[in-house]
Write a protein that binds this ligand. Structure first.
Ligand SMILES: Cc1ncc(COP(=O)(O)O)c(C=O)c1O
Length: 484
């Protein structure tokens, strides 16, 4: 295989200026391509001589990159046979992880966690990167002014260690935002400020799940949740989802799972809203006594065609719902701030556990975010983005209708930062590989399914794209579908 034919080289080009060395750029491109599902277990990589010549790097560089990837378990090299991808982000990773971790001598828990392949987010938005707020639309001038004001004088507190539960002014601002906008009923003491939803999910898995415990996940499921529970050694049960969200009654013989993870406002990835009937079913099961329900409310700010549905947490009379939120979508992902609303019995254990990882989020960003919320900038920004993203969502829907009418939209209601579409094709991954070669980023649906019944399709992000880019890219996607 000539390396010029390899789609992952787009990622190599993109790494220009980011990675410290050519070796790291090559490694980074392969790792990213594996994580995104563009390279699969068994795929052949070009011979190091070919790679060196095509990338205009020395043979030593190409060899060093392959050597490092082999040590990390990403590739295997067979003398005279070639270099092959050793892991698959979805299925193969776990098997290969065993070999990789025997070498690295990780703990059983560490091996399980690393064996999931982790979850890597795209760093730049292009058509159709999913889940990306528009960085150019963020009111940086307001943010900068608040930051300057905060840093004036001697901001000793901002330069010191902070509260492991999160800055009190931010917890206050978050609690009143959640009460007003999401119907979340909580005191400031129940809020834990995290660096992300992902951190919240990791804490939940660490503190509440023992190896072998039953965990229900929506099927298909958000991989960030799947990875942490697999990493915790949980016994995963994929519960099917339809247009009304998770089908609680299809869980079969009820054995009282430790955790049920749901995305009620905007099911990831199908976009279904959990109906009121199902919400009540979920909360009303008499045998939920030992079960925690995790409500991941990651992008509920963005709902375009219907009124926002209040959070599940507000309906919970038994203190079993753990609410998880993030500023990654409503503000910007690099902020690394999220929050949890914990049932009172869990607050202290969670705060203690967080002291053993990162201590607390950065003081300065917490202070700026608190003021951004309390002065009304957050609400104004979200209102503006809702308008902007709605127009982009409509534009994508129209262009897909025009150029790719064979795709069916999974949810009737416009919400979030992407449209999920189903395709009647044998492999969404094959199309995504070809699309990447043509400069289009497609997040595939099939790897997000936990059971055998997988649907093919993609999550098409629109929020960070202007209408012209949406138009041109939808046409390219249509052409691609026509030829495959
Ligand atoms: C369902 C879901 N939860 C959480 C997140 C990410 O949040 P964070 O960046 O805070 O980890 C995402 C991002 O795409 C998501 O889709």
């Amino acid at each position: 295989m000539r390396s010029k034919d390899a789609t992952w080289l787009v990622l190599f080009d993109r790494g220009k200026g980011n990675a410290p060395s050519l070796v790291e750029r090559i490694c980074g491109a392969v790792r990213e391509a594996v994580a995104a599902g563009y390279l699969h277990q068994g795929d052949t990589l070009p011979a190091s001589r070919v790679l060196a010549s095509d990338l205009a790097v020395s043979r030593i560089t190409a060899e060093a990159a392959y050597g490092r990837l082999e040590a990390e378990g990403y590739v295997v090299r067979r003398v005279g046979g070639g270099t092959f991808v050793a892991i698959d982000a979805t299925h193969g990773a776990r098997q290969n992880a065993r070999a990789m971790h025997t070498r690295a001598r990780l703990s059983a828990r560490g091996s399980a966690l690393v064996g999931t392949g982790g979850c890597v987010d795209a760093r730049i938005a292009r058509a159709f990167t999913a889940g990306f707020p528009d960085p150019l639309a963020f009111p940086l001038d307001v943010w900068r002014k608040i930051a300057t004001r905060k840093m004036r004088g001697d901001p000793v507190d901002l330069l010191s260690y902070g509260d492991p539960q999160g800055a009190e002014e931010l917890r206050q601002a978050v609690s009143s935002y959640l009460f007003q906008s999401r119907g979340v009923d909580c005191s400031v003491d129940q809020i834990l400020i995290t660096t992300s939803s992902q951190q919240a999910l990791s804490l939940i898995a660490t503190l509440l799940v023992d190896p072998g415990d039953d965990v229900w996940l929506e099927d298909p499921c958000y991989p960030g949740a799947h990875t942490v529970f697999v990493g915790a050694g949980a016994k995963i049960h994929g519960i099917p989802v339809d247009g009304d969200g998770i089908i609680v009654s299809s869980s079969g013989e009820y054995r009282g799972p430790k955790v049920i993870y749901v995305t009620p406002s905007n099911q990831y990835p199908t976009g279904a809203t959990l109906s009121l009937e199902r919400r009540l079913q979920l909360l009303g099961q008499h045998n939920l006594r030992d079960t925690w329900i995790v409500e991941d409310d990651y992008d509920s700010e963005f709902r375009y065609e219907a009124r926002a549905v209040p959070a599940l947490q507000g309906l919970d009379n038994h203190g079993r719902v753990i609410y998880v939120g993030t500023f990654s979508k409503a503000l910007f992902p690099s902020l690394r701030l999220g929050y949890m609303v914990l049932p009172p019995a869990l607050t202290e254990p969670f705060v203690t556990a967080r002291t053993t990882s990162d201590g607390h989020p950065a003081q300065l960003s917490q202070a700026i975010t608190a003021e951004f919320l309390s002065q009304g900038h957050f609400t104004a920004h979200v209102r503006q983005m809702r308008r902007l993203y709605k127009s982009r969502c409509d534009c994508l829907a129209e262009e897909l209708h025009r150029y790719a009418p064979q795709l069916t939209r999974s949810a009737a209601v416009g919400a979030g930062l992407q449209i999920t579409v189903y395709a009647d094709l044998p492999s969404d991954l094959d199309v995504a590989r070809e699309a990447l070669r043509r400069g289009i980023d497609l997040r595939c649906l099939s790897p997000l399914y936990l059971g055998r019944a997988k649907r093919q399709g993609w999550l098409l992000g629109f929020s960070a794209l202007d209408n012209e880019t949406i138009r041109v890219s939808a046409r390219k996607l249509g052409e691609l579908l026509f030829t495959t």
